[in-house]
Design a protein around this ligand. Structure first.
Ligand code: SF4
Length: 192
C-alpha cells in the first residue's frame, strides 16, 4: 500500500460507526516526510466539528504556551504529521469527559502510519497514548526524560487539556523546567 492509499483508506474508515452511534470523522494530517510525528489520543468534539486537529483549548496550550509556535508553523504539513490512537472523536462518556479512544484504530492505522512516515522526532501526547506505545514504562518517568521510539528521539507530554489541571498543579516542574527543554528540541527539528 502506498502512503497516498493509506491516507485515503483512513479518511474513508467507518469501522466505529456502530460503536459510536454517529458518523465517524477521521481527522489527521501531514506528509510522509513531516519532520515531527505527533501522536495524540483522539480528537475532541470541537475538532470533530472543525476538522482541524488541536483547534481547541488543548491545542491553544500546546501550540502557544508549550511549543510557542504560530498556527502557520503548526499546521504546515512539512512540519507536523498529526495523528492519534484514534483518528475520530469517540463520543461523550455518560459520566463526563470523552469516551476512551478505541485501540482497534491504533492497531489498524497508527501502526501503518508509524512505518510509513519518515519523521525525525515523535511527540506523544497523553497518558493513554504513552501507555499504548510504552506499555512497561511509568508515565511520570517518560514525561521528564528524553525517550526513544522506533529508533528515533521521542518526547512524551501530559495531555494539555484544561481538565488535566490537577496534574499540572501537582507537577509544577513540568511547565517550569521540562517545557523549555522540549521547546528547544522541537525548535531544533523545525529549524527555528
Ligand atoms: S476511530 Fe479509527 S477505526 Fe474508528 S472509524 Fe475512526 S478511523 Fe476508523
Amino acid at each position: 500500500m502506498s502512503f497516498h492509499e493509506l491516507k485515503e483508506q483512513i479518511s474513508l474508515c467507518q469501522d466505529c460507526r456502530q460503536k459510536f452511534g454517529f458518523t465517524p470523522h477521521p481527522i489527521f494530517r501531514g506528509t510522509a516526510n513531516s519532520k515531527i510525528m505527533q501522536i495524540g489520543q483522539a480528537p475532541s468534539k470541537k475538532v470533530h466539528e472543525s476538522g482541524l486537529p488541536f483547534n481547541d483549548p488543548s491545542g491553544a496550550k500546546l501550540k502557544y504556551q508549550w511549543y510557542e509556535i504560530t498556527d502557520d508553523i503548526f499546521y504546515d504539513e512539512n512540519n507536523f504529521y498529526m495523528t492519534g490512537l484514534a483518528h475520530c472523536f469517540p463520543g461523550k462518556h455518560p459520566k463526563g469527559g470523552d469516551n476512551p479512544p478505541p485501540l482497534a484504530c491504533a492497531n489498524k492505522w497508527l501502526a501503518k502510519e508509524i512505518v510509513m512516515v519518515d519523521n525525525d522526532l515523535y511527540i506523544i501526547i497523553g497518558a493513554r497514548a504513552a501507555k499504548y506505545l510504552f506499555p512497561k514504562e511509568s508515565f511520570e518517568d517518560l514525561v521528564f526524560r528524553d525517550s526513544q521510539f522506533n529508533g528515533k528521539p521521542a518526547i512524551v507530554l501530559p495531555h494539555p487539556s484544561p481538565l488535566n489541571v490537577r496534574w499540572f498543579k501537582s507537577h509544577p516542574s513540568f511547565e517550569e523546567k521540562r517545557v523549555p527543554e522540549i521547546r528547544e528540541m522541537i525548535w531544533d527539528v523545525l529549524g527555528l
